[in-house]
Write a protein that binds this ligand. Structure first.
Ligand SMILES: Cc1cc2nc3c(=O)[nH]c(=O)nc-3n(C[C@H](O)[C@H](O)[C@H](O)COP(=O)(O)O)c2cc1C
Length: 186
């Protein structure tokens, strides 16, 4: 039996009722056969990035983050924008991801789920995300990146998106990412 492709889902929001986390939780639920989508849940527990601490023994949360990234075939991000940029906690995660080198050459994609509560449509956060990713050495899979507005009313009681059209588009994202990974490994 072929090993399933492992996709690590990373939400840039620590808010309990986050639409971005709901988007990724939905991806986890609808991932097709042969794809194992794993949610990273440690964002709020990461220490503040400090280059002095980027050495062994690493803080256990940093070590766990790097282990998750290393184990993944690809990463899928969904992040809000705060004050014209990435949320500080998410930028902190990205800062920690650089020193270990685990993302070097790793395929990544993003979903911009900003809805009508996001006045600038989170475009600056995504421009920053691309800039930061260029420092990690990761490879952006353009065909699996999507601008997909999600409203808070679309989040159901299982913290997943109920809107059928959005769910269909999320299926497209994960299938495109899987297609890229399979093509790259063949
Ligand atoms: C303090 C604050 C600043 C924000 N700044 C922006 C912004 O600059 N651009 C934008 O498009 N949305 C902005 N928003 C809206 C959030 O991105 C939006 O509420 C988003 O849904 C939050 O994501 P979440 O539901 O995953 O937590 C801001 C929200 C807050 C609370």
């Amino acid at each position: 039996m072929t090993k399933p492709l492992q996709v690590l889902l990373i939400s840039g929001s620590v808010r309990a009722a986050s639409t971005n986390t709901a988007v990724l939780t939905t991806v986890q639920h609808i991932a097709p056969e042969g794809v194992r989508a794993v949610m990273y849940t440690g964002l709020a527990r990461l220490p503040h990035f400090n280059p002095d601490d980027d050495r062994d023994p690493l803080h256990p949360e940093v070590a766990a983050l790097r282990t998750h990234i290393k184990a993944a075939d690809a990463l899928l991000f969904s992040t809000p924008e705060y004050a014209g940029s990435l949320p500080g906690s998410f930028k902190n995660l990205l800062d920690w991801s650089i020193g270990g080198g685990e993302m070097n050459g790793q395929p990544v994609a993003w979903i911009n789920a900003a809805g009508c509560g996001a006045p600038t449509g989170a475009v600056d956060a995504h421009a920053t995300l691309l800039k930061v990713l260029s420092y990690t050495g990761s490879v952006v899979v353009e065909g699996a990146c999507m601008r997909l507005p999600v409203e808070r009313r679309m989040v159901g009681n299982q913290d997943t998106i109920t809107d059928p059209a959005v769910r269909t588009q999320l299926m497209v994202v994960i299938e495109q990412l899987a297609r890229h990974l399979r093509a790259a490994s063949s």
